[in-house]
Design a protein around this ligand. Sequence first.
Ligand code: FUB
Length: 323
Amino acid sequence: MSERKPLVTHIYTADPSAHVFDGKIYIYPSHDLDHDIPDSKEGNVYMMEDYHVLSMDSLDSECKDNGEALHMKDVPWVSKQMWAPDCAYKNGKYYLIFPARDKEGLFRIGMAQSDDPAGPFTPEADYIKGTCSIDPCIFVDDDGRNYLYYGGLWGGQLEKWKDGVFDPDRSEPAADEPMCGPFIAEIKDNMKELAGEPMKLRMLDENGKDILAGDEDRRYFEDPWMHKMGDTYYFSYSTGTTHYLVYGTSKSPTGPFTYRGRILEPVIGWTTHHSIVEYNGKWYLFYHDSELSGGVDHLRCVKYTELHFNADGTIQTIKPYEE
Ligand code: FUB
């Protein structure tokens, strides 16, 4: 496949979580659907129903759609909106971790498992207790501990949760308060139970002060991703309203992180979402834009491009439509 081109064009895909399993590249995207539901701040236009797993034998080969891996009709706790998923490998099993609205309309995070990274996946009857909101990312550290990062503002309801309670009237922090960070929780090897209380991720500026909610170029909005290079943990995310992919680093998977810069300038379409993966000694950014649909926000396509690091470990910013 060519860099910065849609990986598939027969369906709309978004929110790519890329992993290398058994030497092949597997991509776990959302599956965008074409419909005429009006858009809203709650993300009503993103009305997805199922997942397809994409795979490539190598970056030079065609991208294969492995067919439907999971449909919401087979997940007892889901009412609608299967959004950005991720996948983890542990002890011989593949675990698809995905958000969706439960029967009460609250976003929760669920799990489905398979012996095959391409699925199909068999879902658990209920969501993972103690979870909420959207955009799960699973990171398995070198010591075998598993960390779940999750949460997204607005439609993803993150700002409405406090101390495990959902308050529909709760809004984002004031501009001069610390940003509303995503949750981090350890998760057991069975990937269906949290191993501890979720905590909030903190992102600090160059002076060690919390990034503030009003700092829309740098504050967290959605789309958490974790990768590790050497002994440094890189936490990256979307700023939402300003449409950047940015990152911070830490010597601990739970932070606090220090803001380091931008990874990707805005793409075509309102949302921006990504993953970062190492393949054959190089690093790649998987991301999406709305180029394939001519700019329709909820009809996106997944792409990849190489990511370059400077000698000091910082990431070179990518301009998506310039070489
Ligand atoms: O695909 C639905 C939502 O759009 C995702 O959960 C967000 O990250 C944004 O990409």
